[in-house]
Design a protein around this ligand. Sequence first.
Ligand SMILES: NC(=O)c1ccc[n+]([C@@H]2O[C@H](COP(=O)([O-])OP(=O)(O)OC[C@H]3O[C@@H](n4cnc5c(N)ncnc54)[C@H](O)[C@@H]3O)[C@@H](O)[C@H]2O)c1
Length: 258
Amino acid sequence: MNVKDLLDLKGKVILVSGGAGSYGKSIVEGLGEAGGTVITASRNLTNGQAVAQAFRAKGLDVHAMQVDQGIHESVLSLKTKILKSFGKLDVFVNNAVARPMKGYEDSIENFAESMRINATGMMDILREMCDLLGKNGGGSVINISSMMGMYGPDLSNYEGTDMGNPPPDYFFHNGGLINLTRYLAKLMAGKNIRVNCVSPGGLFNNQPVRFLENYNKKVPVGRLANHDDIKGLMVLLASDAGAYINGENILMDGGLNA
Ligand SMILES: NC(=O)c1ccc[n+]([C@@H]2O[C@H](COP(=O)([O-])OP(=O)(O)OC[C@H]3O[C@@H](n4cnc5c(N)ncnc54)[C@H](O)[C@@H]3O)[C@@H](O)[C@H]2O)c1
């Protein structure tokens, strides 16, 4: 089969959780540009609709739905809406993240709140969407973790800034997601569902100049990720071109941790 046909997402229904967020928007755009029908789902429907509308204006087939992955009924309702509107699901990009914790000293209640959304809620939406994929004869799950799920923090990046220290919950749940990927890849054997993980490095988001100076000089590529960097990887893993990639965690950090 021609590689352009293998990469084509035409006819595929793709859910991106947190598709209105920073990396989420790039993921939605890339998958839409490759021909997919993309649904972004997050807590705030108005934000999601604005993102979907902007991409539709560019000719992409993007739709918005509401979900709070911390509420089981909300996850079930999303499932029902996807089936009713599109009849199936082919790809789930598990990208949403809640950030209730601000640093190491933050309250343990905020750690628990993070686990409610980023561990328990995330497992819930993963399991329910795998059920939809299975009912459709298989598909692809792409978990979005972080290089911070693979390595400890480089605290020297924050020197000279008022950014404080990075929150511990983020390292904990992103680390867990990488091994949950391997678990699910094995468990989904026989259901034709591939489960992979992408662990990106930092995305440029107008961070303080001092942080950029500290960070960029350590990256062989010389910069933070931009909005195009994640698109190709998403299309590869979502499409038939990635049919033999399964149970993998792909670090995408410009060589920072090489
Ligand atoms: N931004 C970065 O520099 C960076 C770097 C590495 C990895 N990542 C990873 O990329 C993914 C997305 O991160 P981001 O920076 O784009 O996040 P973000 O904070 O910009 O967006 C997160 C999205 O998740 C949604 N969300 C939060 N709680 C939710 C809930 N309970 N139910 C449903 N949706 C909910 C939000 O509404 C938002 O749309 C995460 O997995 C993160 O670990 C981000």
